[in-house]
Structures are given as C-alpha cells and as structure tokens.
Design a protein around this ligand. Structure first.
Ligand SMILES: [Zn+2]
Length: 108
C-alpha cells in the first residue's frame, strides 16, 4: 500500500525557466496522484512527464497569467471522476478548475 493514492495535485507544463516560462498547452492544469512517496507516474490523462524531451512542469504550482481562467484537462477530469471522485485536489494554481467540474459531473 506504499503507493496508495491519498490525494491529487495540480500539474502545469511549461518550457523555459520559471521566470521566462512559456505555456505548453495554454496553461492547462493537469492532475497527478499524490502518495506517501511523492507524486510518481504520469498525469491522470497519461502524459509521461518523465519521458526524454518532455516539457518542464510544476507540481502544485505554476504560472498564472494576468486575468487567466484555468481550465481543467478533460482527460484528467474524466479519470478523476471515475477513479478518485472523493479525493481532494490540492495545488496553488488552478485547483479550482477541478473543484468546479466535480460539483457538476460527479454522481449519476
Ligand atoms: Zn491532463
């Protein structure tokens, strides 16, 4: 049970350094699994962020352009709703995108 998923954390891809980073996919906010060993593995939608040549990324944080409204990744939201509907989503950048969608889509 070392890899039990205890929460979900936002992840944002970017290229360049933190101060001059550029959006990779319009600052879309993905989710990764949070376990006792950190946040291993790909995003919930399956992007292997550890692959050679992958863009950089920030877990739990990232870049907020002025006035930008973050969007949830549809793939991550789908997996979250199916597999982890009750887990909290944390992160200082864009977590609200998932809180809003969970209210609308969970429960059937
Ligand atoms: Zn995603």
């Amino acid at each position: 049970m070392a890899d039990e998923v205890v929460g979900l954390v936002t992840l944002q891809f970017h290229s360049g350094g933190l101060l001059q980073s550029k959006p990779v996919d319009n600052y879309k906010v993905h989710l990764v699994r949070s376990t006792a060993r950190g946040t291993p593995g790909p995003t919930l939608c399956g992007i292997d962020r550890f692959a050679p040549g992958s863009a950089g990324w920030s877990v739990g944080g990232g870049v907020t352009p002025a006035g930008h409204v973050f969007e949830a990744c549809p793939g991550c939201a789908l997996v979250r709703d199916k597999q982890f509907p009750s887990l909290p989503v944390s992160g200082t950048v864009g977590a609200y995108a998932y809180q809003r969608s969970s209210q609308a889509e969970v429960g059937s």
